[in-house]
Design a protein around this ligand. Structure first.
Ligand SMILES: Cc1cc2nc3c(=O)[nH]c(=O)nc-3n(C[C@H](O)[C@H](O)[C@H](O)COP(=O)(O)O)c2cc1C
Length: 158
């Protein structure tokens, strides 16, 4: 298991906080690097959620969710939303989309999605979303590689 995890960690990724709300409007957020694009037409993306996640039921029930891609200066938010805690949003400034999904200001990009398909897969569920709105900024990305945060210098000459 350790060797498999180490090997998977050699795939450098960005970092996202995936958000949704439950039927009472309570916000949920979870740090995830399993985000991937799936289809351009229709616009589909996916991410995976662990079956042990305390936020699992909220995401399985949610009609809408958002992928907030973190910028380089949002490492603290990544650590924050990697915790299991019901008060995670108490200290975080958010806005809400038209569908009442939490959006994190200062993100590199965000995708608001309608839940399209959910697949039961091993110890995770694959959640596929159809993108209904999206936005990006010119900020620098936060990266994750071999279990550590990293950054790239996008100013360097090729
Ligand atoms: C960089 C990073 C990437 C992560 N990616 C995922 C992921 O794709 N899916 C997932 O279920 N958990 C992922 N996790 C772990 C969750 O963030 C963490 O287990 C979760 O927030 C715990 O709270 P919960 O029990 O309320 O879900 C990741 C953590 C980090 C630090």
């Amino acid at each position: 298991m350790k060797k498999f995890r180490q090997c998977l960690g050699k795939f450098a990724t960005g970092v996202a906080v995936v958000t949704c709300t439950d039927e009472d409007g309570k916000p949920y957020g979870i740090t995830a690097n399993s985000f991937s694009s799936v289809s351009l037409e229709p616009r589909l993306i996916l991410w995976n959620i662990a079956k042990v996640s305390n936020s699992l039921q909220a995401f399985l029930d949610a009609d809408y969710f958002a992928i907030n891609i973190l910028s380089r200066d949002q490492e603290d938010l990544s650590s924050h939303f990697a915790k299991s805690d019901h008060t995670l949003f108490d200290s975080i400034r958010i806005t809400r989309s038209e569908q009442n999904v939490p959006l994190i200001p200062g993100s590199l990009a965000w995708f608001e999605c309608h839940t399209h398909q959910i697949h039961d897969c091993g110890d995770h569920y694959i959640i596929i979303g159809e993108v209904v709105s999206f936005e990006s900024s010119a900020a620098e990305p936060l990266l994750f590689f071999s279990g550590k945060y990293a950054a790239i210098d996008t100013e360097s000459p090729a």
